[in-house]
Write a protein that binds this ligand. Structure first.
Ligand SMILES: [Zn+2]
Length: 214
């Protein structure tokens, strides 16, 4: 409805920024929304979706570095920030200020989708980074609060995260901060009438160990 109304009124089409912080490159979403136009002509309208993936990269990790967008890409709407192993939260903080925020200001999204993969957190069995954090400047929750401060509708997604208790802690913390409430004691309930928030992900904590996916 809103998309159709925007076209009728002659305004620009809504723009969506997809910011991906999973350990892995967001190649699937990037390919799904990559523009075939590359903004080749001045008369062409820019794509509506910009994908920006901040991810681990090495010659032995998918995808191969040669498959990633290069710094001289003709398509500024499918972007990648490949990182070597063990970047610190300080590195993430700097990437936000030097990369994410300038791209946001240039693209001026109307909506943002934030993918918060937890497989870059310490203890993840397939993590190659292991030095990221949930809290503190540059951490997962810090990123979510920064993006929330943009003041546009946002959708937050989970992602990878193969240490179930850690993934539950991470996403519980983020959700708690997004609703400006303490996380309280996770007991598996979901109470919308309470100032506290209880997450479905917390059910992992009470799940028998042999049922968890490791
Ligand atoms: Zn992943």
């Amino acid at each position: 409805m809103s998309l159709a109304r925007t076209r009728v009124e002659g305004k620009r089409r809504p723009r969506i920024m997809y910011l991906d912080l999973d350990l892995h490159n967001g190649d699937g979403v990037a390919k799904a929304f990559a523009s075939p136009t590359y903004f080749a002509k001045d008369t062409e309208r820019p794509p509506q979706v910009l994908t920006l993936s901040i991810h681990h990269s090495s010659p032995v990790f998918f995808p191969a570095p040669t498959a990633l967008p290069t710094s001289d890409t003709p398509n500024p709407f499918t972007l990648s920030v490949p990182l070597a192993a063990f970047p610190s939260p300080k590195t993430y903080e700097r990437i936000y200020h030097d990369c994410v925020e300038p791209i946001r200001q240039a693209f001026r999204p109307d909506y943002v989708v934030l993918q918060l993969g937890a497989d870059g957190l310490p203890g993840d069995p397939i993590g190659q980074w292991g030095a990221w954090s949930i809290d503190g400047p540059g951490g997962m929750a810090w990123y979510a609060e920064k993006v929330k401060s943009w003041g546009i509708p946002m959708c937050i997604l989970g992602g990878g995260g193969y240490d179930s208790p850690n993934a539950a802690r991470a996403w519980t913390t983020v959700t708690s901060k997004m609703v400006s409430s303490p996380s309280g004691q996770a007991d598996g309930r979901f109470l919308t009438s309470s100032k506290e928030i209880y997450l479905i992900t917390t059910t992992f904590l009470s799940m028998p160990h042999h049922l968890r996916w490791k």
